[in-house]
Design a protein. Sequence first.
Length: 432
Amino acid sequence: MTLNETDLFETSAEFAALLDAGDALRPFRKRFHIPLDEAGREVVYFTGNSLGLQPKTARAYIEQELDDWARLGVEGHLHAKHPWLPYHEFVTEPMARVVGALPIETVAMNSLTVNLHLLMVSFYRPMPERYKIIIEKGAFPSDQYAVESQILFHKMYNKLSFVETALIELTPREGETTLRTEDIIEAIDREGDSVALILLGGVNYYTGQAFDMQAIAEAGHRKGCVVGFDCAHAAGNLALKLHDWNVDFAAWCSYKYLNAGPGGVSAIFVHERHARSFDLPRFAGWWGHDKDTRFMMGPEFRPLAGAEGWQISNPPILQLAALRASLEIFDIAGMPSLREKSEKLTGYLEFLIDRVDHQRISVITPRDPAQRGCQLSIRVQNADKDLFDRITQNGIAVDWREPDVIRVAPAPLYNSFADVYRVVEILRDCLR
Ligand SMILES: *Cc1c(COP(=O)(O)O)cnc(C)c1O
């Protein structure tokens, strides 16, 4: 490849600085704690897809609840500055804005895989003629385990061999690394009559591919299937419109792009049209019970309308406090602006990686910005974890996924164009 003058300027550190200078979201970086390396320098952090960074406000928000607990004991449920009884409601509307939901469609509760199970209790109801589940081959292992164990749980399929016929795994074409939308739709058209549930990741954690959730939901519904998404890698990353896209249900965690801390509370989406489907089977607990009569402690379960009706237990307030701190930042920045910056940041990363022009590396994430979030997955030929280790030793946080992929996820809230410039410089050096 020959570089022309423009290429030379666009691959310079000055150009990265220029992009940062024009970035309206740049001030948001100051709202986060950036980890330091052993030499005391800020780590160039690209692992917000695993654990997002800590908002500086999180500590005060958590301390508020610790103080109220110390001061008030059980009275905190009603008299804390932010009362614990309705505490999960404080995050409902901001969370709904992040994923394009109505407030009645979302609630923060439990952990992600637990929520997938709870949602499958309601939304995976296999019948003799319609019992299959469509997932992507190479789904996040927890999702794979959850789905297979749900299939086994339904008694009529209590033999392992059944998993093979009940589970349809979508596989890319020979020689390709990601799925084509047309192939997903074609599989739904072909198999749909026997499919009870389609459950895909909104963004695949490994390849970084974003699925066309609207088209998939439409195709699934045409065939009478329920359509759900695991949005762990999509929430806070893509500008989701779960309501408009007519998705039946979704769940995601809050510790990745949503920056709510390790073990952060998960959230679910249940489309408004199921808000009053009280006949759906569900695993019940008191927090899903009608609020007006919850404390009468009556024997009969009366579920709340909407996503709240899927709650079971009273939620962890300290974790929710961190989530509150984080979602406030999302509200100030706004998902449309974040997504706009994210496309530029990742496009810039792609541009620079392409110019490293090294035979050993290739980007497996789709080239079309509409088919990816912020993450690029870089395949390294002759799987060389040493390369990854050397990158890490240079103060860069990226991650390694077996057998041969480095994931780089620039988060628009706290990553800069200079960060992107730096990771590619280090990558180029380490490849030499
Ligand atoms: C991160 C992630 C999980 C993690 O599940 P937990 O229940 O939160 O431990 C599950 N599924 C997907 C797709 C993920 O990306």
